[in-house]
Design a binder for this molecule. Structure first.
Ligand SMILES: [Zn+2]
Ligand SMILES: [Zn+2]
Length: 373
């Protein structure tokens, strides 16, 4: 399956057109013609090697929605013409305790789960390539059904931003009437505000961009607080039962600790780089837990898609052409996007210049997990 894509081959390079062949569909798999792909902050981190684990070439994209073009033998849940989505994973061992529980992101099998891009590197140097591309194939267990009520362009960001914020609210049992804080109102945070409201919480949003306040109120937040405004912060002292912290870089978590209620939890979702000088005294005296949470499993991803359909929750998106991805990365870094870029993949399929200038790179691996057929 010949595919056109955008990716990068070193940390310092911008994304440019690439081409490669994806493997043909096998039993239990479906092929998807990609129509839309969300632009996640992780895409930028991975493409720029911020986490020092990137594998080249890097073709980002794990908020993939498209139309099924082919089904392999034995596929039960999809037929040609259905819409389907792929989130952050394309495979896992499907046998360990976490996989059996539907938490494939915590797979403890031989090779852990296979991420949609930057997945395990094989000895021949190939890795998995994501949704900044025209087509992909995946095992049907890792494909999501897109509810009829949700347009493809709106479904895409739910596959990472939606499930990543929904999962800890579900896991920690956010209850009706509790106070939920959301720190960082970008792609993830703006979904967290809406999902928290749908779950019956009072939602307090925290931002360092006061110019966003009106837009965040419009999402349904009960209060929107400028983190640098000490008086506004003090109003919420000791009230938050949970804080969903989506800030995707190293920051001072201590500013939020005084706002936490007794026996409350902070779920850290976007910062892989640690905290300096965490004020554990405040945590001890009020039994405040700081937890990490990574994306969400396939069943939770389906659940949040259905929840968004039921409660009429939609990400606010800006549709972009594939060739504008480097500019989109710059704007995301400058926090100048409300609130999620989504790539219209037709723009790449129609781009003759990209097709003729694309550099051929190694063919990617698909969801291979060692020891599993
Ligand atoms: Zn993501
Ligand atoms: Zn597993």
């Amino acid at each position: 399956m010949e595919v056109l894509a955008y990716g990068t081959q070193s940390a310092g390079a911008t994304l440019s057109p690439l081409k490669f062949a994806r493997e043909e569909v096998r039993a239990g798999e479906i092929a998807i013609d990609i129509t839309h792909c969300g632009v996640c902050h992780s895409d930028l981190h991975q493409a720029r090697d911020d986490w020092k684990n990137s594998v080249w070439p890097c073709v980002p994209g794990h908020e993939i929605v498209g139309v099924v073009t082919e089904v392999g033998a034995g596929v039960k849940r999809f037929k040609v013409g259905d819409r389907a989505g792929i989130g952050c994973m394309v495979n896992s061992c499907r046998q360990c305790a976490n996989c059996k529980m539907g938490d494939e992101q915590y797979c403890t099998g031989t090779k852990s789960c296979t991420l949609t891009y930057n997945g395990p590197k094989k000895p021949d140097g190939t890795n998995s390539y994501g949704g900044y591309s025209t087509a992909i194939a995946v095992r049907e267990e890792f494909a999501l059904r897109i509810p009829d009520a949700i347009e493809s362009q709106h479904a895409a960001p739910i596959l990472c931003a939606g499930v990543t914020t929904y999962q800890p609210m579900k896991y920690f049992g956010l209850k009706q009437g509790q106070v939920l804080g959301v720190a960082g109102i970008g792609g993830l945070g703006h979904m967290a505000v809406q999902i928290g409201k749908a779950m019956g919480a009072k939602v307090i949003a925290f931002t360092t961009s006061p110019e966003k306040i009106e837009a965040v109120e419009a999402l349904g937040a009960d209060d929107v607080v400028d983190v640098d405004d000490e008086d506004a912060m003090a109003k919420h002292k000791g009230t938050l039962n949970m804080l969903v912290n989506t800030i995707p870089y190293k920051h001072d978590l201590n500013v939020f600790l005084p706002l936490m209620a007794s026996k409350s939890t902070i779920a850290v979702l976007g910062n892989f780089l640690g905290f300096d000088n965490l004020d554990t005294a405040t945590m001890l005296f009020q039994h405040i837990s700081v937890s990490g949470s990574l994306i969400g499993g396939v069943p939770d991803t389906q659940e949040v898609l259905d929840l968004c359909a039921k409660h009429n929750i939609r990400p606010q998106i800006e549709l972009i052409a594939m060739k504008d991805i480097n500019n989109a990365f710059e704007r995301m870094q400058a926090e100048d996007v409300r609130f999620r870029h989504v790539i219209d993949m037709q723009s790449l399929k129609d781009d003759r210049d990209a097709a003729s200038s694309a550099e051929r790179v190694n063919d990617p691996v698909r969801g291979e997990v060692v020891g599993v057929s």
